[in-house]
Design a protein around this ligand. Structure first.
Ligand SMILES: Cc1ncc(COP(=O)(O)O)c(C=O)c1O
Length: 400
């Protein structure tokens, strides 16, 4: 048939984070200011030591880097992992990826044949769906609930989802979209289940530093020595150093077959960006103060968002513990329609807000229909304005 494209292509879902973008663009064209709480693209500054590399760039031509990653960048990552306590990480355990996004795709390729399964906890990072569709992996969701802060259900509920086709358990910790930070007990539970059923234990920790109220983060790195063949860390520079546009991530594992395989995929796409990596390699020079300030700022934003949303009648959410997102339940039937309406029909003093409908963060049809995901990536003044807009919008929307 002429112009035929693959079925797989149609199975790749539109991202709920980005699919309303045309409506936001149209609103802006009409002169409306749009507060973007739909995407985790922070307004925090990239460390100056990194930008200096760009400003003083003199290498000409700008060549490829190595497929595993630029050695200077890999060394800086090893330094970072040692600093966070994982002294056993060696350069050969790290594959540099083009964003944490590519690390997700590589991990799915690495552990599953098409049709095999990965257990995830819904709501989950929506782009897992995209990569599952691309790689032919089936994501099997375990439901978590807002009322329990989206913490994990008991082990037996999780084990019910393990079948002959299950190859891995995937967790995102701290979690996007829920803001949940899993306890040591929860991580132990997943470790025990993975071990018992001989599954990979994969942890996406791109928000590792963003944990609030003095809570502790329990990383997969602390399980890696106990299960070296079956643990994979997915990581990214995007959020940690406000480097979203640099497109750099990492896949870290002690499993030599996994590492050799992902390197071959890496060779297929030649390399990640050389300039990006040399800029990011300056992470060794980023002062502790940078993290302290960024952390303080996000916790402040979290507090403003939580307090503001709690005051809106019939909005439900638990206090997010980490990352910079929350899932809020709204008093609307169809959150996607509401999110679109915010952009097409509503304005308060010529301003509106863009948020992401949450249904796309679930695998089970029908779930999340009255929920939205909000990213608190704006300064507290703008955040407070955005919350006020949301409050007024809900009154108008429900009255219409
Ligand atoms: C949980 C999670 N994993 C991975 C990524 C991928 O990030 P990047 O490709 O920018 O490194 C994101 C981005 O928002 C994320 O939220």
């Amino acid at each position: 048939m002429k112009n035929k494209v693959s079925k797989r292509l149609f199975n790749v879902p539109a991202s709920p984070i980005r699919k309303l973008v045309p409506y936001a663009v149209a609103a802006k064209k009409r002169g409306i200011k749009v507060y973007h709480l739909n995407i985790g693209d922070p307004d925090i500054k990239t460390p100056t030591v990194m930008l200096k590399v760009l400003k003083s760039w003199s290498r000409n031509p700008v060549g490829y880097s190595q497929s595993q990653g630029e050695p200077e960048f890999i060394d800086s990552l090893v330094y970072y992992y040692h600093k966070v306590g994982a002294k056993f990480i060696k350069p050969e355990d790290v594959q540099v990826t083009t964003g944490g996004s590519e690390a997700i795709a590589m991990a799915f390729f690495a552990v599953c044949e098409p049709g095999e399964e990965i257990v995830v906890f819904e709501p989950f990072y929506t782009n897992y769906n995209s990569y599952a569709a691309v790689t032919g992996v089936k994501l099997v969701p375990v439901k978590t609930k807002g009322e329990t802060g989206f913490h994990l259900p008991p082990a037996k509920e999780i084990e019910k989802k393990v079948t002959k086709k299950t190859r891995a358990i995937l967790i995102c910790n701290p979690n996007n979209p829920t803001g949940t930070v899993y306890t040591k007990k929860e991580m132990n539970t997943l470790f025990v289940i993975a071990k018992k059923h001989n599954l990979f234990f994969i942890s996406d920790e791109v928000y590792r530093e963003f944990v609030y109220d003095g809570k502790k983060h329990f990383s997969i790195l602390s399980y890696m020595k106990r299960m070296p063949e079956k643990t994979i860390l997915l990581d990214s520079m995007s959020k940690r150093y406000s480097l979203c546009g640099a497109r750099l991530g990492m896949l870290v594992s002690k499993n030599r077959d996994v590492m050799a395989g992902v390197l071959r995929i890496g060779q297929g796409r030649l390399s990640s960006g050389l300039i990006d990596q040399l800029m990011a390699a300056k992470l060794t020079k980023v002062e502790k103060k940078y993290f302290r300030e960024v952390h303080r700022e996000y916790q402040k934003r979290r507090d403003v968002l939580y307090a503001g949303l709690k005051k809106i009648p019939e909005v439900f959410l638990e206090k997010p513990e980490g990352a910079f997102y929350t899932i809020a339940r709204l008093p609307v039937k169809d959150a996607e329609h509401f999110c679109q309406w915010l952009l097409t029909d509503f304005r308060l003093n010529n301003e509106t807000v863009m948020i992401a409908p949450a249904a796309g963060f679930y695998a089970t049809p029908g779930l999340g229909k009255n929920e939205v995901r909000i990213a608190y990536v704006l300064n507290t003044r703008d955040l407070a304005k955005a919350i006020e807009i949301l409050k007024q919008a809900l009154v108008k929307y429900r009255g219409e």
